[in-house]
Design a protein around this ligand. Structure first.
Ligand code: NDP
Ligand code: PYC
Length: 339
C-alpha cells in the first residue's frame, strides 16, 4: 500500500510546472525548471528538490530573473558554443543547446558549452547525465555565491562551486556520475538543517571570527569550509577561474554583490565540457568504455558503492512507488499553486 502523502512523479511534475507558469514563467522554461526540481526530489536530493521552488519564486518576485527570457545560441561552428540565457534560468539554456553540444563533441572529439547570464539554482548531474545518454563524458561546473572561505582564510570569497562528472556505461547501465559542492556540504544542506532546527555536523562551517560552529544560523552568517581542506579550496578556485573569469561572467563574490545579499539565488555563467571517449582512444585500438568498465566493476566488487548509486536507486523506487512528501511540503505546494 502506498505511504500517505505519496505523489506520482508525473503528477508532481505537472504541479510544479504549473506553479512556475502561474508565476509568469514562459511555459518552455517552466517545463525545464520543473523537471530539474522534481527530478531532484525523485532522486532524493532534497537540497535541490522542491525546497528550491521558494527560492526561485523569491528571485522572480525580486525581478532578478527574467521569466520570459528565450535562450539565444551563438555558434561559429567551432568547439566553443555559447548560449546566452539572457537573465533567465540556466536549465532552459542548457536544454536549448544540448543537441548542438553533443553533435559538435562527436564531430570534434570535444566541445564546450558556455552558458551566459543565467540564474543558477540546480544540481549539475542533469547536465552530465544528459551527455552520458549520448555516449559522451562530461564535466559541468559553475560558481555560486561567496559563502565559502578559502583554506587558511575566514572571509567568504569562494562559492559552494559544484563540479559534476559523467561517464557513459554500456548495456543500459546508468552512467558513472558524481556531483558535489566543493564546500563540505551544499549551502542548501545547511538551510535544510536550519529549517529542521537541527545542528550541522562539525567541520562544515565557521562563525564570523573563524571559530568552528555547528549552529546553522551562525554558519550561514559566517563562512562555509571547502571539502578536503586546501585541495577543495584549489578546485573551487579553479571553478571560479574557468567558469567565471575565463567566461567573462561573474565570479561568486560578484554574483553575491549583484544580488545584494544571500537570500536570493546566484546569477552568473556556467561551463559544460563534452568529450567523446571513442575519439580520444581511437589510435589505441582499445575500447574506452570497456576499459572503464574494468575499473567501475572492480570498485563495486570491493563492496564500495559508486557515486549516484543511491540516487539511481531512489529514482527507481520513486518511479515505481511515487514520491513521498511531508505535510509541510504538501501545504507549501498548495500555497504556491494558490499564487
Ligand atoms: P553530496 O555530498 O550529497 O554528494 C556528492 C556526491 O558524492 C554524489 O554524487 C553522491 O552520490 C556521492 N556520494 C555520497 N556518498 C558517497 C559514498 N559513500 N560513496 C560514493 N559516492 C558517494 O553532495 P553535495 O551536498 O556536495 O551537493 C549536493 C548538490 O548540490 C549537487 O547536486 C550539486 O550540484 C548541488 N549544488 C549546486 C550549486 C549551484 O550553484 N547550482 C552549488 C552547490 C551545490 P549519491 O547522490 O548517489 O549519494
Ligand atoms: O546549495 O550551495 C548550494 C547552492 C547555491 C546555489 C544553488 N545551490
Amino acid at each position: 500500500m502506498a505511504e500517505p502523502n505519496t505523489i506520482p512523479f508525473d503528477v508532481l511534475l505537472a504541479r510544479v510546472e504549473n506553479i512556475f507558469v502561474r508565476h509568469g514563467v514562459r511555459p518552455e522554461s517552466a517545463k525545464a525548471v520543473a523537471h530539474v526540481i522534481v527530478a531532484g526530489e525523485r532522486d532524493n536530493c532534497k537540497s535541490h528538490g522542491i525546497y528550491r521552488i521558494a527560492g526561485c519564486l523569491r528571485v522572480l518576485a525580486a525581478g532578478k530573473v527574467d521569466p520570459l527570457a528565450v535562450p539565444e545560441i551563438h555558434d561559429n561552428g567551432k568547439a566553443v558554443i555559447e548560449v546566452d540565457a539572457k537573465g533567465g534560468f540556466s536549465n532552459p539554456a542548457f536544454y536549448a543547446a544540448r543537441d548542438l553540444l553533443v553533435s559538435r563533441a562527436r564531430e570534434m572529439g570535444l566541445a564546450a558549452l558556455v552558458i551566459r547570464d543565467c540564474l543558477h539554482f540546480s544540481a549539475l548531474w542533469h547536465d552530465v547525465e544528459a551527455l552520458a545518454e549520448d555516449g559522451l563524458a562530461g564535466l559541468s561546473m559553475c560558481p555560486s555565491y561567496s559563502f565559502v572561505a578559502p583554506t587558511g582564510g575566514k572571509e567568504p570569497l569562494l562559492g559552494t562551486n559544484p563540479l559534476a562528472f559523467g561517464w557513459p556505461r554500456p548495456d543500459g547501465i546508468p552512467p558513472y556520475v558524481f556531483d558535489f559542492a566543493t564546500s563540505v556540504a551544499a549551502r542548501g544542506e545547511i538551510e535544510l538543517h536550519q529549517r529542521a532546527g537541527k545542528p550541522i555536523p562539525e567541520g562544515w562551517a565557521v562563525d564570523r571570527d573563524g571559530n568552528p560552529t555547528t549552529d546553522p544560523d551562525v554558519a550561514l552568517d559566517g563562512a562555509m569550509l571547502t571539502f578536503g581542506g586546501h585541495k577543495g579550496s584549489a578546485i573551487s578556485t579553479m571553478i571560479e577561474l574557468l567558469a567565471g573569469a575565463m567566461l567573462g561572467e561573474f565570479m561568486s563574490k560578484e554574483a553575491r554583490e549583484f544580488m545584494g545579499g544571500t537570500t536570493l539565488l546566484p546569477r552568473h555563467g556556467a561551463l559544460i565540457l563534452a568529450l567523446d571517449p571513442r575519439t580520444f582512444a581511437a589510435r589505441s585500438g582499445r575500447d574506452p568504455i570497456a576499459e572503464g568498465e574494468k575499473l567501475l566493476t572492480a570498485i563495486g566488487a570491493q563492496g564500495a558503492r559508486l557515486p549516484s548509486q543511491r540516487r539511481f536507486e531512489a529514482r527507481k523506487k520513486a518511479l515505481r512507488d511515487g514520491i513521498v512528501l511531508s505535510d509541510a511540503e504538501l501545504a507549501q505546494l498548495d500555497e504556491f499553486e494558490g499564487v
